[in-house]
Design a protein around this ligand. Sequence first.
Ligand SMILES: *[C@@H]1O[C@H](CO)[C@@H](O)[C@H](O)[C@H]1NC(C)=O
Ligand SMILES: *[C@@H]1O[C@H](CO)[C@@H](O)[C@H](O)[C@H]1NC(C)=O
Length: 248
Amino acid sequence: MKNYSTDHPRSCSGQAWSSPWGANLVHHVFACTALALLVIMAAMTSTMVQASDPDQLQDFCVADLSPTNPVKVNGFPCKPSANVTSKDFLFTGLRTAATGYTTGIKASATFATVFLYPALNTLGISHARLDFGPGGVIPPHTHPLASETLYVLEGTIFTGFVSYEGVLYAETLQVGDMYVFPKGTIHFQINVGTGHAASLNALTSQDPGLLFVANQLLGSNIPDAVLETSLGINATALKYLQASLPSV
Ligand SMILES: *[C@@H]1O[C@H](CO)[C@@H](O)[C@H](O)[C@H]1NC(C)=O
Ligand SMILES: *[C@@H]1O[C@H](CO)[C@@H](O)[C@H](O)[C@H]1NC(C)=O
């Protein structure tokens, strides 16, 4: 996507300036000052009344408006503190590699999100461990709700992400190296070494969301006509792609 924000200077009314040094300049400056004051006053008034909503923690949350449901949080209700012990904050699920790789991609992901590690609730963090056989791939995917870092525990991993402007940023990582995937960007990993590879990943959400691009696009019952035109392929080619898609 082209970034238009720096291309065309705009007036306060949103129209391009045809002649920034012309007779209209004084009028523009006056109008802009008045508008800016109004915006500042409106902002001050609204912050006195209410803060903005916190970021969502899941893709949707259909409200349960029944008066008998006392739960009113963006996440999960809290266990009573009298019931909490030190064991609640311990998570041992990332000690070992996942048993076996997912067929087709020769890699696997083990998660420590709020569903498995309830102490993360409301804390804005989670982790994943990735394990790869030789040539193993975590296919292009995105986390709509989190930025992510990857730290290489073992092996050699080529990884990268595509920016909102469509630029690929990618590097080959050795043990101890890190890479970062900004929130919402499409990213991938491949084991380019000869043995096993593994990484520990941190994510800035208790439930980051995980969308595999190809599977979301081709495996979600979007009508064939939409996919054929969008991809510029015919029905035969679409069926071939859908049939060859590995499960993730
Ligand atoms: C908290 O502990 C009490 C006493 O053991 C138990 O009855 C209750 O079900 C527990 N509540 C939760 C939410 O774990
Ligand atoms: C569908 O597209 C493929 C790839 O371009 C082409 O080889 C094939 O002939 C096409 N089939 C039909 C029925 O048009």
